[in-house]
Design a protein around this ligand. Structure first.
Ligand code: DAT
Ligand code: MG
Length: 140
């Protein structure tokens, strides 16, 4: 039942000094930090990561935003941490995300809708394995 998920703390959170607050919430929830790195992603990594969204109206803006500054990639571990982190994160659109969630408490619309939404979390075991391979190839 123990599984791993990929969390990305996005450039908006980094720029606002909220990376530690996001990681604090993951730790407070009880998930284990397996690996963590700060990097500014290449467009190639982002195209792989967001392949399912290619061609959507927000795709170019999303890649531009995600490449605009440092991202903190975190591999987390725990029983049901994939849905568990999605619950912590809240709805995709930070305007609609409930208070108490990461996006609801820390995010808002800065004029680009849901793009600046603080965090990414894998949405299934298959996505987690695929995404961890992009961001943490060294974990195997
Ligand atoms: P999530 O990150 O909640 O899994 P997603 O996979 O549907 O959401 O979309 C990936 C990211 O793309 C999301 O975190 C923010 C951005 N995004 C999604 N829908 C959007 C929209 N309608 N307008 C702007 N950005 C959007
Ligand atoms: Mg998604």
């Amino acid at each position: 039942m123990t599984e791993r998920s990929l969390v990305l703390v996005k450039p908006d959170a980094f720029a606002r000094g909220l990376t530690g607050e996001v990681i604090r919430r993951i730790e407070a929830k009880g998930y284990t930090l397996v690996a963590l790195k700060v990097l500014t992603p290449t467009r190639d990594m982002l195209a792989q990561h967001y392949a399912e969204h290619e061609g959507k109206p927000f795709y170019e803006g999303l890649l531009e935003f995600m490449a605009s500054g440092p991202v903190t990639a975190v591999c987390i571990e725990g029983v049901r941490c994939i849905p568990g982190f999605r619950s912590l994160a809240g709805k995709t659109d930070p305007t609609e995300a409930l208070p108490g969630t990461i996006r609801g408490d820390l995010g808002r619309d800065w004029g680009q809708g849901a793009t600046h939404n603080i965090v990414h979390g894998s949405d299934s075991p298959e996505s987690a394995a695929r995404e961890l391979g992009i961001w943490f190839p060294e974990l195997g």
